[in-house]
Design a protein around this ligand. Sequence first.
Ligand code: SF4
Ligand code: SF4
Length: 273
Amino acid sequence: MPRPTAVEQQLRARARELLEKREVAGVLGFRAGTLPGTCVPFLATEPGDADRLVLNRDCAANLAAWLPRLRHRGRIAVVARGPDSRSIVNLVKENQVERDRLHIIGVADPDDTQPVRNPVVFDEFLGERAPDSPPDDYADIREFEALPPAERWQALLDELSRCIRCYACRQVCPNCYCPTCFVDASRPAWVGRTPDPSDNVLFHMVRAIHMAGRCVECGACAKACPIGIPLMIINRKVSLIVRDRFGSVPGTDPDAPLPLTAFDSEDREEFIR
Ligand code: SF4
Ligand code: SF4
């Protein structure tokens, strides 16, 4: 067991204090997983649980995804890095969590590949802020867009045909909280349930549309995929469209309306003509 880092020590001490004083019903963070190099979401509910909390680059999940499921537990403290906090901002706007029932413990994301590493909202901050990352130029997406359309389509088809429809990507996504997902509906059945390539494409395209203006590019879905399908190509393409069309970077402005739920006469709409 590695020695806890300075921020882990602070986090454990603070979680223990919050639980001892009964200021929260639980502290949502991460603990080490059963496999080496993995971490899993963990709700500490007793002061003695606090020493199990960890924070490192193996913490792949977006903790905001667990918050709607914990609504019935009362006031919850949640460890929030940049992406978790951006999803919390979105979930508050979408009325899925109540801001005043959260205590947000902000920390810098140990993952330095994240463009937004520092939390955008928090009630207290532990450790040191991460240096600002350079603006995302979406070079990977622009490179993909430069391919001929037939080549792009074939590349997507090749990847999505490998999907086994386990829905791990959906389960870990903070944006997927519908009581009945469209893929599970039977009346009407919007999409076939077997991993047929055309149904796979439909699943992923509808999911991509549902992510527009909401995806915070945390990468949790791609990391959860057991097949290793590069889902971030789709998610980042959608994010780029939203950024170009609406000037919106989801979850970074708690006061801004969600781009696809607000009408603005200045929205670019030449594609409708
Ligand atoms: S779709 Fe976006 S917000 Fe959801 S898990 Fe994937 S990267 Fe994160
Ligand atoms: S996690 Fe991967 S295999 Fe499972 S449904 Fe999502 S894309 Fe398909």
